[in-house]
Design a protein around this ligand. Structure first.
Ligand code: FAD
Length: 493
């Protein structure tokens, strides 16, 4: 099989009939017809179609089968491979203007990076490493889509808390039998849960303190006992005029419940193995490779934000004010910094011990850490430039009603008519103020982990020795001069 079409993706997910709960009801029928999912699934389908349309730029030929495979599955072996991956990722990102955080390339990259380091799973049982490699082969050849969950429910985040309740809360293994391992409990937070072929479940930090949390696996989204409980949909309307982003890109976040789920042995990558659970993050190149995907997408998103901000400025003619220049320059500086960091990571890429060409991580974790602050600031800048224009946003229906002529007169702008002005301001509102927009801010702050912990980890791991030695040399030289100076003073007195 080669790369799939959008229609194949839709049919496959519809046929799965995964257990998805939304607004108090269990989904019945085609999930892609449901208003909460139709927008995002259509957008995702367009990505698959694009892959088929632009085979040269978006696929590579499998050396094993001769089939065309999506480039986001490509394990980079050279710096050129990294560049090809970036170009492909950004092509997809342009289709969602960077708003689809979980376009398939995100998890395809994760699967590729875990499979490249699959030997980590072979510690006790060689089958587990094989299972990981088989998942990669299956995913590549069938162009599978994935959601994932890497964290436990937010019950008590105190550093001294250890779960000890009568009923299991955080998903753990409660039994093993001839068929596989049995998992009970919940996990957070599977974005796109229920609308992908499979879910990947990887160890949380609790794996180091309790073996029952030291597991990893991937199962089909319709595995019996597996439930996805959705948040409220932010796709409030179908209208692309009223909700230009929310109507197309609301990915839906889900709580994942495992109600005595049996994970077959051939789907297990790790079981009761704290050592492998830690190593899969510390010894694979998952972090740098996924950070390369994330930063590539965020560059496109930032280009889009810059365009929207400058169009607001042009529309209401506020380009003469210095604070406006400063704010737009803030966006430009962020954009240029991200681009420079991404390219630096590619230039300084090296082969890891698994033979994968890995982008240099420090520029990428810098980019990731910065963006959790930059993105909310960009939303603030849009609010500061747009001001009341961000709430002077009548709907499409208003423009089709008797008040149209009022709107045309009173909502015209210096450089455009009322209709185009409202279209643009609605877009700025959907980025910076709507439920969809606020969720995007939260997403960019947190989806790759707590930014506070990330900063702490950068602090602890960054090699600061060169800087310290620079200061020590300066102080030494300076003190030698200083002692000469004090000697002269002594002589004078
Ligand atoms: C929109 C969105 C989509 C997401 N999608 C996914 C997904 O698809 N798959 C997935 O696995 N995860 C996903 N996540 C979850 C993401 O990984 C977590 O939000 C992130 O790891 C932070 O964990 P938490 O939300 O439980 O916050 P918590 O850990 O509960 O933090 C809450 C607060 O406590 C502070 N805090 C907690 N512990 C410490 C500590 N040790 N030191 C200092 N401060 C601390 C934090 O800084 C924060 O201010 C998503 C998150 C969001 C917001």
């Amino acid at each position: 099989m080669t790369v799939i079409s959008g229609e194949e993706y839709l049919n496959r997910i519809n046929q799965m009939n995964a257990e998805v709960w939304i607004d108090g009801k269990q989904m019945k029928g085609n999930i892609s017809d449901h208003p909460a999912f139709s927008g995002v699934m259509k957008s995702q389908a367009k990505l698959y179609d694009l892959q088929q349309k632009k085979m040269d730029a978006m696929t590579y030929t499998s050396p094993k089968t001769g089939e065309k495979i999506g480039l986001s599955f490509l394990e980079p072996k050279t710096k050129e491979d990294l560049e090809k991956r970036r170009i492909m990722i950004q092509e997809w990102a342009r289709n969602s203007v960077g708003m689809l955080g979980r376009s398939p390339d995100y998890m395809n990259t994760a699967v590729m990076s875990f499979a490249a380091a699959a030997d980590i799973f072979a510690v006790e049982d060689n089958r587990f490493a094989e299972n990981m490699r088989n998942l990669y082969e299956r995913a590549k050849n069938k162009d599978l889509s994935f959601t994932h969950t890497f964290i436990n429910p937010q019950v008590n985040r105190s550093s001294t808390y250890l779960e000890n309740s009568a009923k299991v809360i955080s998903a753990q293994t409660i039994q093993k039998n001839n068929d596989g391992i049995v998992v009970e409990g919940a996990r957070l937070l599977a974005t796109q849960g229920g609308i992908t072929d499979e879910i990947i479940v990887f160890p949380t930090h609790l794996a180091s303190v309790n073996k029952d949390f030291a597991y990893a696996f991937s199962i089909p989204s319709n595995t019996p006992g597996l439930k996805f409980i959705c948040r409220e949909s932010f796709r409030y309307k179908d209208s692309a005029f009223d909700h230009p982003l929310g109507s197309q890109f609301d990915e839906i976040d889900t709580i994942v419940v495992f109600d005595h789920v049996t994970v077959p042995w051939d789907r297990v990558f790790c079981y009761q193995n704290p050592e492998a659970s830690l190593k899969i993050y510390s010894e694979s190149s998952f972090y740098p490779l996924i950070a390369h995907q994330i930063t590539s997408r965020r560059i496109v998103k930032t280009e889009f934000i810059l365009g929207v901000a400058q169009m607001l400025v042009n529309t209401i003619n506020v380009g003469e004010y210095q604070h406006i220049h400063e704010k737009i320059t803030e966006v430009i500086s962020g954009l240029e910094t991200l681009k420079a960091l991404l390219l630096t990571s590619e230039m300084n890429a090296k082969l890891d011990k698994w033979g994968t060409m890995v982008p240099d991580y420090p520029p990428l974790y810098t980019a990731i850490s910065m963006y959790s602050h930059l993105y909310p600031r960009y939303c603030e800048i849009l609010q500061q430039i747009g001001a009341s224009g961000l709430v002077s946003i009548p709907s499409e229906m208003d423009f089709l009603s008797d008040v149209r002529s009022d709107l045309e007169t009173y909502l015209q702008a210096a450089n455009t008519n009322a209709n185009d002005r409202v279209k643009l301001f609605r877009l700025a509102w959907d980025i910076s103020m709507s439920a969809f927009g606020s969720r995007q801010s939260l997403y960019e702050r947190f989806f790759f982990g707590d930014p506070v912990k990330m900063a702490s980890s950068i602090y602890q791991n960054y090699d600061k020795e060169q800087s310290i030695s620079l200061v020590e040399t300066f102080l030494k030289n300076n003190c030698e001069n200083a002692s000469l100076f004090s000697k002269t003073q002594e002589e004078d007195s």
